[in-house]
Design a protein around this ligand. Structure first.
Ligand SMILES: [Zn+2]
Length: 208
């Protein structure tokens, strides 16, 4: 498969279970595998009505309907296919987990890519995770004990408590009630369609 830009297959697709409940976000690449195996169908809206499409129907739909500037398209040797924004797992009836996953990406997003000691914003590569109560003192890896820190602050703090080295947190770390990845995506025009399925105040959805 030839793509327009190597990142096309990395574009996010919202995955719903059989009952149209959001489960997680996956890549376009994985979404196409599921569609091709008939494990999933595309959920797409046209003039306010939602329709579902199997893989072949979606190929047909893509041929007739592309050219919208917000669309992402994959070019194959035979045809162009739109990257769906939402797919539904036709046989999957389990209910999603309700917590936001504790991982580096989500912690950085929660903290807005700001070092929680000096308050400055840094690119991802210049940030690390700091255990407020160090692991060496039995500090847990949890939402309330792990924060974003720049390399300089992390080095300065070392294996100490913030109070022991005269450092202070700029915000009190908390468990996010909303999924930071979803919040970020849903602000962009491309992913507006997700709003029909995600109640961002109630349901965190994680990445697969
Ligand atoms: Zn810092």
């Amino acid at each position: 498969m030839d793509t327009n830009g190597s990142s096309a297959l990395q574009i996010s697709v919202l995955v719903l279970n059989k009952f149209y409940i959001p489960m997680h976000i996956t890549s376009a690449k994985r979404a196409f595998v599921l569609l091709y195996k008939n494990s999933a169908e595309v959920v797409h809206s046209d003039a306010e009505k939602f329709h579902t499409y199997n893989f072949n129907d979606w190929v047909g739909y893509s041929v007739k309907n592309n050219g919208n500037p917000d669309d992402d398209v994959i070019h194959t040797s035979a045809f162009e296919i739109l990257i769906p924004r939402i797919i539904r797992l036709v046989n999957y009836d389990r209910v999603p987990k309700r917590e936001v996953k504790l991982n580096r990406r989500n912690i950085l997003l929660r903290d807005g890519h700001r070092c929680q000691y000096c308050g400055k914003k840094f690119p991802t590569s210049k940030l690390s995770l700091d255990h407020i109560i160090p692991k060496s003192r039995k500090g847990k890896t949890s939402w309330i004990n792990v924060v974003t820190a720049c390399n300089a602050c992390n080095t300065r703090k070392g294996g100490k408590l913030p109070s022991e080295v005269g450092m202070k947190l700029v915000t009190t770390p908390a468990i996010p009630k909303k999924n930071p990845v979803i919040l970020k995506k849903i602000r962009s025009q491309k992913y507006q369609i997700w709003k029909h399925f995600i109640d961002i105040n109630a349901l965190p959805v994680d990445e697969e």
